[in-house]
Structure formats: structure tokens, C-alpha cells
Design a protein. Structure first.
Length: 215
């Protein structure tokens, strides 16, 4: 299938350790998980929901990645390593999305209907991030490692922290694969705030010192 081919190509492009299509197909749990998900989703949409769940649970056992058969996932999807990834039933994922191990795309309670996030195209979700709720993560967005995101993320923006905070929103499309693979050079909003407080304190100290010298 063309969509599976795009998933394999995504792994080859975005993982510098990947050396061949055969290696990716045989040794990458993220690729095995998405291939089997394509089958379970087909079964789910054709009213064979029990069989679909059985396929998804077997995949979870063998890969450590749990994707509900109802989740809709676009082409070029890449899960790097993947252990502990959970993707909920009503989750919708666009094209060319990259996620890392420990990511949860889940709900926040016992709501019915749409209860999981919608992830746009060209999105990166870092290690251990949790995206919880029925909102949209816009195209080209980045979610930093360990972030907990509970509300909508605009396109081409970067979110980090717990709870997630917008730290960059440049309005320019991020390029794959180089920019989206960088999880290191992401601003820290807490550090930025502390630096701002420190600068303010130094400014106040200088004013006090100038006032005392005039006396």
C-alpha cells in the first residue's frame, strides 16, 4: 500500500540510524505498530470491531505501542522507538507526524463522542509528552519533551512545560526532517521568567545604590 510505503520512507528520512527498508520493516516497532494499525483500522471501519481490538492488543504486546483501531492516522507517520505510546480511539493524526516514546494522545475523563486530540500535519511531539483532550494541535507545531498539553496549539508554534505554555509562534512552516527532529533547542519558559526577574532585581538594586550615593 502507498500509505505504508510513506511510513517506511518517513523512518528512513527521520532516523539517522536507519540503513535500509528491510531493517526498518523488521526491527522498528513503530513501523510494525503502524502497519498493523492500518489493518485493525480497516477491520474497525468494516464493523469487525472485536477482531480489530484483538489485532491492536496483539500489536501492543509485541511492540509496547497501543493504538486504538478507531484512530485515524495519515501517511508518513513515524514513531521513534515507541515504547509506552498510547493513541486513543477518536484521535486524528495528519500527514508527516513524528512522535517519540512515552507519548500519550488521550482524553481527560469519561466524555462521549470526540474526546481525543486532532494532530495536524508536520507536527513533532517529544518524549513523554501528554496531549489530553478534544482540541487541535495545528500544522507544523512542536510539543517539547515531558510537556502536558490541555488546550489548543496554534499552527507553527512551540509548546513546553507542565502545563504546556506557548514559547514560540513564528508563523513560519517548520521543515522536515531537520527542524522537526530537534528537541534540544527549545526555549524554557521558566528559565526565561527567572532571567527576567533577575534582570529586574539588578535594575532595582542599581537604582537603590544610585539613590544612596546621592545622599
Amino acid at each position: 500500500m502507498k500509505i505504508i510505503k510513506s511510513d517506511i520512507e518517513a523512518a528512513l528520512q527521520r532516523d539517522p540510524a536507519a540503513r535500509s527498508k528491510l531493517e526498518v520493516m523488521l526491527c522498528y516497532p513503530g513501523i510494525r505498530a503502524i502497519i498493523w494499525h492500518r489493518l485493525s483500522h480497516f477491520l474497525h471501519t468494516h464493523k469487525m470491531k472485536l477482531l480489530a481490538r484483538m489485532v491492536s492488543q496483539a500489536t501492543r504486546f509485541w511492540t509496547g505501542i497501543e493504538i486504538h483501531p478507531g484512530a485515524k492516522i495519515g501517511g508518513g507517520f513515524f514513531i521513534d522507538h515507541g515504547m509506552g505510546v498510547v493513541i486513543g480511539e477518536t484521535c486524528e493524526i495528519g500527514n508527516n507526524v513524528t512522535i517519540y516514546q512515552g507519548v500519550t494522545l488521550g482524553g481527560t475523563g469519561k466524555e462521549t463522542g470526540k474526546r481525543h486530540p486532532t494532530i495536524g500535519n508536520d507536527v513533532l511531539i517529544g518524549v513523554g509528552a501528554k496531549v489530553l483532550g478534544p482540541f487541535k494541535v495545528g500544522d507544523g507545531a512542536k510539543i517539547g519533551a515531558g510537556s502536558i498539553v490541555l488546550k489548543e496549539v496554534p499552527p507553527n508554534c512551540t509548546v513546553v512545560g507542565n502545563p504546556g505554555r506557548l514559547v514560540r509562534c513564528c508563523g513560519m512552516k517548520m521543515e522536515l526532517p531537520e527542524d522537526t527532529m530537534d528537541q534540544i533547542h527549545i526555549p524554557d519558559p521558566i528559565e526565561n521568567e527567572l532571567v527576567s526577574i533577575k534582570e529586574r532585581l539588578l535594575e532595582l538594586e542599581n537604582k537603590l545604590m544610585r539613590g544612596e550615593s546621592k545622599k
